[in-house]
Design a protein around this ligand. Sequence first.
Ligand code: ASP
Length: 351
Amino acid sequence: MTNRLNGKEKASILLIYTGGTIGMKQDPSDMTLKPFDFSQILDEAPELSKFAYKIDTYTFSPIIDSSDVEPGLWQELAQLIADRYDRYDGFVILHGTDTMAYSASVLSFMLEDLSKPVIFTGSQLPIGVPRTDGKENLISSVEIAAAKDSDGKAIVPEVCIYFDNVLMRGNRASKVNSDNFHAFRSENLQPLAIAGISIRYNRAIIRRPPCTERPLKVHTSLDTRVSILKMHPGITPHVVRNILCGDQTRAVIIETYGSGNATCKEWFISIVREASGSGKILLNVTQCLGGCVNMDIYANGKTLKDSGVINSHDITTEGALAKLFFLMGQSSDNNWVKSMLEEDLRGEISK
Ligand code: ASP
């Protein structure tokens, strides 16, 4: 079907609803927020019709609180986008904020050679309440998903998160506030766009596929055998051994202090060596929101590096988890996964 507006083709957008606060209502029986029917969200944002875009909708079943998200939903989402890729100029995914950064990170790896925008958004207050942030988030996300350059190509062909006037690369963002409208931050990468009176795009850092003619490649295979060990003073050998040496674990993200440091007590280093010696992938991710891992600065960091721990550079924990799920889903060769962890695949690290 051709959609024309004053001789120009109308942008067509697929709005996908997975759940989250944006579409929740208070259940009078217990006063908790629960997801409600998607058609009512559109009724709450009649402004969308002023764009004169063609907006189709797709609702997941069941709609979920995003703290229930599972890899199956990511696989369904990636497949849905792939199946409808040729029919739409852009995709907007309404998603709960709790795990939005995880979902956006994983999708960024699953969708290779993306040439169209995939914008995740949601809200802190349900769209039906008077002070909602959901309306602006939804309306600007749709505008960004439809935005094209004069050559007809999408301005932002990336998986992004749009929240509170800021467009962030999806695999660079983290949820940092549970009740402020400014819920997400991308500490290690500037915004891809800022929405004020107009939407100002930061074209210098927006990634484009090497060649727009290349078809979208979708990777739906994920291996989730990853654990996270968060370092803290007082951590015990028992806890460290359980996490690093579990037989169901193929990779461990070690959330270290500062620029990638952890205790170099003998018991700790000996467990790290045992795990890496048995072939496990150990990835060093800093607990800091900003900055990067450099295991050559302090002796403690250097000891980790010498024990086989891999440098994640300035990735977020959400991005690291997603990158591991994706790479491990591609190959059973842990040495290949380790070498790819050092590469910048989707703009997730600065190198
Ligand atoms: N618990 C909700 C969710 O992530 C929170 C939100 O949407 O902001 O689905």
